[in-house]
Design a protein around this ligand. Sequence first.
Ligand code: TMP
Ligand code: ASP
Length: 253
Amino acid sequence: MARRKKIYEGKAKILYEGPEPGTIVQYFKDDATAFNAEKKDVIEGKGVLNNRLSEFFMTGLNNVGVPTHFLKRLNMREQLVRACEIIPLEIIVRNYAAGSLSKRLGIEEGTALPRPIVEYCYKDDKLGDPLVTEEHIAAFGWASQQDMDDVVALALRVNDYLSGLMYGVGIKLVDFKIEIGRVYEGDFQRLIVADEISPDSCRLWDLETGEKLDKDVFRHDLGNLADAYTEVAKRFGVMPKNATHNAKPTLIN
Ligand code: TMP
Ligand code: ASP
């Protein structure tokens, strides 16, 4: 049997060469890491849940005109995505104070921010993804000023869409991280949302109880991570069958 080509393996996903030029197969692992992989575990079913949830959020974004890399889900753990040139930044949007913002500025977790705040971290595991400003981004040529204008516009559209979607199922979107890539179409370059959107990359709190339904459950040992992600999947009606069984991928139509 022909072996397919692995392009990249990260902490939570593997990328394989896709069936056509310009496509990539994105495989979701069950591995969970936190604090730059100082804390690690395997959470059975996490990859299946994130594959479904990322499909759901990216499809919704595509449908409202926010371009993403998502093309099609292939099976329980894999999706076909457009190849793009990833801008080496983690783009974080915050609606409420939490995590590193609370720590850095001494603002109590859960405090509503006066407006959404967009932050950038330079993607480099060796450096622990340090926070950077647009000055660093321009000076080191990671993205142009035009790119950054488009990045902010995209990030805020994603925030509006996701915030409303979450609110509709009783979830507060506290913050999230996205990655953005460039695709080339003839003489033009366009930016699209890439990577994943899942409870691994968002902070999601139940609107009524404040219960955490995201990776903070794993980061801070607050309970069962798969149960939290399952709750999110159930609220959106995308709960996969066999999520907690280590089932082999099966083809879907
Ligand atoms: P932070 O408060 O730790 O900076 O995290 C902000 C948001 O970014 C939060 O929703 C979690 C997400 N995030 C990632 O997706 N990957 C990361 O490596 C980190 C540190 C945060
Ligand atoms: N994804 C990062 C890591 O593994 C950090 C995090 O999400 O907390 O280490």
